[in-house]
Design a protein around this ligand. Structure first.
Ligand code: GLN
Length: 393
């Protein structure tokens, strides 16, 4: 039989999806793959019912249904203060997963370098492989997950085509300050580099932290490709609706990449989602308040159990240091295997988590990621199970 492509053979199974599978096998409470176990807003469900009757049910315009694009452009303008031309500066994709893939394929030739902060959301590694780009990793150092501007500039000296900035960050929960983003922006301008942002958690930011849009910094609209999605903001991860916003000449190319990758995002769902994009500010305030409560329930619970963790500033993930439980899971603390640890946690404690090593380039094996996009009853049930850890130190 002919051999498979090097590209496909270099992939391992997504660790996040694998942990969902393992959690399900053990009937664990799955806090690994980040998605809500509660319904989207009623307005979206009602809208979906209407669209089921009235359509559209055939292809939308490949780069996005006009109503949906207009609503996206208005929402972006509302929150960033920047006007976006929905005819030329926006392309609708199948989730931000395709948005990021499409952005990288649009700007990178095989062999081009792309800066990625580590730890990073695992798809960026796969995106780099698929587009032939070579990642340069810049550490975000735990537990505060800050970067060293000198190390970052050294990465820029290698002549990257783009830098990926996930803000608020998955998996660290870091919200980049305006000053930090200014450092990135200044380097991007100085070294003539694109900035590809992943801002899917833009509305899940905990006071006093605030979300700064990279594209609003001086001179950055011209070189920023904003990747975003509706998954987290409207609790519709299964609808697979995302988009890229950027300068017209970049989007012109991105539309073609997108067209040949997927033709388009689901037409009925684009139409139905307009009802979400046109909701008032109070919707976003309520969403943030909801997650602020969930963060309190979950993090206060971790605190009561005495776990060591980094309280997130944004998004809905928590990195937890599990080194002290190595023995309980049958490992030497100096030879920790976080994959095995998470399997043990799912089977013996009944809670699913993602091994931190799947996000880090550096050899970090003592951190695991859990998420709290769950009903309070689910979070409390998980905390009750995690309480068993107390006796296993
Ligand atoms: N973004 C979510 C996470 O990090 C879901 C990832 C996925 O499976 N697409 O867990």
């Amino acid at each position: 039989m002919p051999i498979l492509s090097k590209r496909s053979e270099s992939f391992t199974e997504s660790v996040i999806r694998r942990m969902t599978r393992i959690s399900d096998e053990h009937q664990a409470i799955n806090l690994s793959q980040g998605f809500p176990d509660f319904d989207p807003p009623r307005a979206l469900i009602d809208s979906l019912h209407r669209v089921a009757d009235a359509g559209p049910h055939q292809y939308a315009v490949t780069w996005g249904d006009p109503n949906f694009r207009n609503a996206l452009a208005k929402k972006h303008e509302h929150f960033t203060g920047q006007v976006v031309n929905p005819l030329t500066e926006l392309v609708v994709t199948c989730g931000s997963t395709e948005a990021m893939m499409c952005a990288m394929m649009t700007v990178c030739n095989p062999g081009d370098k792309v800066i990625v902060f580590s730890p990073f959301y695992e798809n960026y590694g796969a995106d780099a492989i698929l587009s032939g780009a070579e990642p340069i990793f810049v550490p975000l150092v735990p537990p505060a997950f800050n970067f060293d501007p000198e190390v970052l500039e050294n990465a820029f000296r290698q002549g990257p085509k783009a830098i990926v900035v996930c803000n608020p960050s998955n998996p660290t929960g870091k919200v980049f300050t305006r000053d930090e983003l200014m450092i990135v922006a200044d380097l991007a301008k100085r070294y003539d580099c694109f900035v590809i942002t992943d801002e899917v958690y833009e509305h899940i930011v905990y006071a006093p932290h605030v979300h700064t849009y990279m594209c609003t910094l001086p001179g950055m609209k011209e070189r920023t490709l904003v990747c975003n999605s509706l998954s987290k903001t409207y609790s519709i991860t299964g609808w697979r609706l995302g988009y890229v916003i950027g300068p017209a000449h970049v989007i012109d190319a991105a539309r073609k990449v997108h067209d040949f990758l997927t033709v388009g995002a689901p037409a009925p769902l684009q139409e139905a989602a307009v009802a979400g994009l046109t909701m008032p500010d109070s919707y976003y305030e309520d969403l943030c308040a909801l997650y602020t409560r969930k963060r309190a329930v979950f993090c206060d619970g971790l605190e009561r159990i005495g776990l060591t963790y980094t309280r997130p500033q944004g998004a809905y993930y928590v990195m937890i240091d599990v080194s002290e439980f190595a023995h309980a899971a049958g490992m030497r603390p100096d030879a920790m295997d976080d994959n095995r640890f998470c399997e043990w946690l799912a089977s013996e404690i009944g809670v699913g988590a993602v091994p931190g090593s799947s996000f880090f380039r550096e050899p970090v094996n003592h951190l695991i990621r859990m998420h709290f996009a769950k009903q309070e009853s689910t979070l409390n049930a998980a905390l009750e199970r995690l309480d068993k850890l107390r006796t296993l130190r």
